[in-house]
Every structure is written in C-alpha cells, then in structure tokens.
Design a binder for this molecule. Structure first.
Ligand SMILES: CC(C)(COP(=O)(O)OP(=O)(O)OC[C@H]1O[C@@H](n2cnc3c(N)ncnc32)[C@H](O)[C@@H]1OP(=O)(O)O)[C@@H](O)C(=O)NCCC(=O)NCCS
Length: 181
C-alpha cells in the first residue's frame, strides 16, 4: 500500500487548523459526508459530534493533546486526541478521524502508530485505552488487527452531551479496548 508521507504536529489554541480539526471530525463521524469512508456513526447519531469549544478544551487540557497529521500539500488529513489518565500509566485515545475521501489508504494506521509512539515516549504511559460504540464491529476488528484487546468493560454513552442533534438509537454504550505499549 502506498501511503503519502505525513507531518505530525500538536495543536495549540491559536493554531490556524483548529477549525479544520472541527470540520474533519464532523465529516468523518457524522452525516452523509462520512459515508464516503468505510466506517461511520451516521446511522447511530445525528448530531455534530463536537463543537469549537470542545476542541479547544481538549487542546487546553493539562494532560491532553490533539495530534494533527498533514499531508505533503499541507492539508489536514487526520487527527486524534491523547489524554493522560491521573495514574500516569494510561492514556486515552480518541477523536480519531481521517478525511473520509482519503480513508482505507493507510493514513489511519500511520496516525495510530504515531499516537502510540507519542503516548509512550512523550507522555510516558505504558498502556492505551479507547472507547468504541459496541455496534461497530468492523472498527473494533481494525483495532484488534492493530494489537488492541476488547475488554469486558463497558461505559455509558453520554446521551446528555450530544452537540446540536440527537441519537438515532437508545441502546448505545461503549466497549473499552486496551493495548500495552
Ligand atoms: C477509523 C479511521 C480513523 C481509519 O482510518 P483509515 O485511514 O481508513 O485507516 P487505514 O487506511 O490505515 O486502514 C483501513 C482499514 O480498513 C479496512 N477496510 C477498508 N474497507 C473496509 C470495509 N468496508 N469494511 C471493513 N474494513 C474495511 C482495510 O482493510 C484496512 O484495514 P487493514 O489495514 O487492517 O487491512 C477512519 O476510518 C475514520 O476516520 N473513521 C470515522 C471516524 C471513526 O470512526 N473514528 C474512530 C472512532 S473510535
């Protein structure tokens, strides 16, 4: 698989790409734009996933970062968040998005690998965790192929925090996946 080289950068509050992060995340997770990709939450949720203040809060979190990946033209191709948990040994991985028109070309694999490197070397953690909506078998299988284990742990879906929209199902919850780094 040929994959274009990516340049990684941690987002700052004043970063000109903050609004692009918002657009990217929304387009990858929700609505018809996300159907261009191979996995989407468009049939589960009809909200906006996150708002500008939500992105800024993640950037400003003392133990958190948003990692951005730009392609050779300088366009934002992917992003994710890493949040170091209070025990100092575990990082949460989330907000993972690849431009839906460019998925299935190896970008996601590269970004996850860089996130794991960053979590281990820069945040100093030993383990990564992530939450995936339980219905998303194809996505869980992708993470399992990347070395993650689906645990028995589940967490409630935050129905009360949906952004400008609604859920399309009332039986959602998260499955927790973990990987030793
Ligand atoms: C999950 C996501 C980040 C992966 O990014 P990506 O650039 O497509 O990832 P890659 O190109 O590295 O990998 C694509 C994989 O999809 C697989 N794939 C492609 N089409 C598929 C399909 N129709 N069904 C299942 N798997 C498929 C490929 O086989 C490949 O897996 P492999 O490398 O193990 O063979 C991206 O799809 C995305 O942004 N999804 C929407 C947001 C989301 O769900 N984020 C994660 C929330 S926890």
């Amino acid at each position: 698989m040929h994959t274009a080289p990516l340049t990684f950068r941690i987002a700052a509050p004043s970063d000109p790409d903050v609004s692009n992060v918002l657009t990217l995340v929304r387009s990858a997770y929700r609505g018809d734009a996300s159907r261009a990709g191979w996995t989407t939450e468009a049939d589960l949720l009809a909200d906006e996933r996150i708002d500008h203040a939500g992105v800024l809060a993640k950037i400003a979190a003392p133990d958190g970062v948003i990692l951005m990946a730009h392609d050779e033209t300088g366009a934002l191709a992917s992003c994710c968040e890493l949040l170091k948990r209070p025990d100092g040994k575990l990082a949460y991985f989330g907000l993972f998005a690849v431009d839906p028109t460019r998925q299935a070309g190896g970008i996601g694999r590269q970004v996850l690998a860089e996130a794991e490197r960053y979590a281990k070397q820069e945040l100093g953690v030993e383990r990564m965790e992530m939450s995936v909506i339980w219905t998303r078998d194809e996505l869980i299988a992708w993470y399992v192929r990347r070395g993650y284990t689906k645990t028995e742990e589940t967490r409630p879906f935050p129905y009360e925090h949906l952004v400008n929209g609604k859920a399309l199902r009332d039986d959602l919850y998260f499955s927790m996946l973990v990987k030793d780094l």
